[in-house]
Design a binder for this molecule. Structure first.
Ligand SMILES: [Zn+2]
Ligand SMILES: [Zn+2]
Length: 138
């Protein structure tokens, strides 16, 4: 078993805040994180792994996503684009996803740039999240 955490991602927009976890499409035997991805003028459903630091995902075939492509991500419920946070080291924009009840994670919008990994903004947030997970279990 991988020793990592599973992230309950949700929409970062306050008036929506819906859980993005999808039980029908699983990645790594856990519900995936469902988002709408847009490349050019086409949109499709993308399902990211909800495991922290796991880069697997289920991509929409019809978009032919290639490494280096820049894409946009939208919430599948409210339809709003995920908010820009900062520029990634690769110069593409990074956008934020919410975590239920606790902070946010960011993803890069460039395909192949760990864009589908869930990364915490800083180590303090990760430690806070980990201790919360532990408390919930005990
Ligand atoms: Zn939303
Ligand atoms: Zn990047």
């Amino acid at each position: 078993m991988r020793r990592t955490v599973n992230i309950p991602a949700c929409c970062p927009h306050e008036d929506c805040g819906k859980s993005l976890l999808n039980n029908e499409v699983q990645v790594g035997r856990r519900p995936s994180v469902h988002l709408i991805v847009e490349k050019g003028k086409k949109r499709g459903d993308i399902y990211l792994s909800s495991w922290y630091d796991d880069f697997r995902c289920v991509e929409p075939d019809e978009l032919h996503l290639l490494p280096g492509d820049k894409v946009k991500f939208y919430c599948p419920y409210c339809g709003k684009e995920l908010p820009f946070v900062e520029k990634c080291a690769c110069k593409a924009p990074m956008v934020a996803l919410g975590i239920e009840g606790n902070g946010s994670v960011r993803i890069c919008t460039r395909i192949g740039c760990h864009y589908h990994s869930l990364e915490f903004g800083n180590t303090a947030e990760l430690i806070a999240f980990m201790s919360k997970v532990k408390k919930a279990k005990s």
